[in-house]
Write a protein that binds this ligand. Structure first.
Ligand code: IPM
Ligand code: MG
Length: 365
């Protein structure tokens, strides 16, 4: 039976996860047979278990086919030491399961083109993917410290490190992804100031020459890439970049689509040669939104669409994944909006949005 671990987390996490569970139940009523387990993560896990993700939770994660992750964090956790921050739980999950490939699609639904801060013609029909390296770079490089250096001065150090194998595997993932799309990859780095950028480009080029020349490869400096992403985002197909640039560029890409509340993501590991399985965590790009938590008004679309990516990448349920995407698009086309995308028009609740998506799903399948 396909198995899932649900990690709802903090803030609006539990609300959008509950909405997604209704979608999972829908597929179960039709015989999909998803077996669900639940565990705590983030601040909720710190409160109950003393750690933002416990060893027991990681062990459950080992045993399932895929994990769904809601959101973590909240102002009440701001004073916690660095290792106990809710975000540390997410980083530990990424590192523990070596989820090096973070796929962040940015799709502008036609019904929402006016919700973007850019002109309709710039974003309408946008369909790009940011492929972010997720287990290396400055997020994890050591040393990572703040030290006292005397005279009332402190020194903070973060370390950006990339080894050849890390760049090679994300580059190959980019070519594979592009091959199933429009066949174009743009690699972004800062080779003009960073050694990691120099190696990044060199290794991406080598991976391209090694059996991937059917895909068109371009390079851009990441700052200029950020500008191009805002100027003319539709020029891109797949953008591949390191962990920190991917964090920044994917937020830009999110804004192009009109709402952070819309974007799903998949974080994938390598295929295990023994089990044939690929470790995977699916999460919305948005955060825990503490300001609206508990009000029942959060947009569940990014979380539901993240489950849609699980259907596609972990369970090979392509028809179902497409039907779910179509149901979301149809719901938006009907003019239904949660508060984050309503722009002054009448807003519906998380539950009402989920009802509407389920209704359209019923029709789509
Ligand atoms: C993201 C988030 C995380 C990151 C935070 C919550 C640690 O911004 O997934 O983009 O920086 O990777
Ligand atoms: Mg981010």
């Amino acid at each position: 039976m396909p198995s899932l671990l649900l990690l709802a987390g903090d803030g609006i996490g539990p609300e959008v996860m509950a909405a997604t569970e209704r979608v999972i139940d829908f597929f179960n009523r039709r015989g999909a047979g998803f077996e669900l387990q639940r565990a705590l993560v983030g601040g909720a896990a710190v409160d109950a278990e003393g750690d933002p993700v416990s060893d027991e939770t990681l062990a459950i994660g080992e045993s399932v086919d895929a994990m769904l992750f809601g959101a973590v964090g909240g102002p009440q956790y701001d004073g916690l030491p660095y290792e106990k921050r809710p975000e540390a739980g997410l980083l530990r999950l990424r590192k523990h399961f070596e989820l090096f490939a973070n796929i962040r699609p940015a799709i502008c639904y036609p019904a929402l083109a006016d919700a973007s801060s850019l002109k309709r013609e710039v974003v309408e029909g946008l369909d790009i993917v940011i492929l972010r390296e997720l287990t290396g770079g400055v997020y994890f490089g050591e040393p990572k410290t703040i030290e006292d250096i005397g005279n009332g001065q402190k020194r903070a150090i973060d370390t950006q490190i990339y080894d050849t194998y890390e760049i090679d595997r994300i580059a190959r993932a980019a070519f594979e992804l592009a091959r199933a799309r429009n066949g174009r990859v743009t690699s972004m780095e800062k080779r003009n100031v960073m050694k990691t950028g120099v190696l990044w480009r060199e290794v991406v080029e080598a991976a391209h020459k090694d059996g991937n020349e059917d895909v068109k490869l371009d390079h851009m400096l990441a700052d200029s890439g950020a500008m191009q992403l805002v100027r003319d985002p539709k020029q891109f197909d797949v953008i591949v970049c390191d962990n920190l640039f991917g964090d920044l560029l994917s937020d830009i890409a999110a804004q192009l689509t009109g709402s952070l509340g819309m974007l799903p993501s998949a974080s994938l590991g390598a295929v295990d040669s023994k089990t044939g399985r690929r470790r995977a965590l699916y999460e919305p790009v948005h955060g825990s939104a503490p300001d609206i938590a508990g009000k029942g008004i959060a947009n569940p679309i990014a979380m539901i669409a993240s489950f849609g990516m699980a259907l596609q990448y972990s369970f090979g349920m392509i028809t179902e994944a497409k039907a779910l995407d179509a149901a979301i698009a149809a719901t938006l086309a009907e003019g239904l909006r949660t508060a984050d995308i309503a722009h002054g028009a009448k807003a519906i609740s998380t539950d009402e949005m989920t009802d509407a998506i389920l209704g359209n799903l019923e029709k789509a399948l």
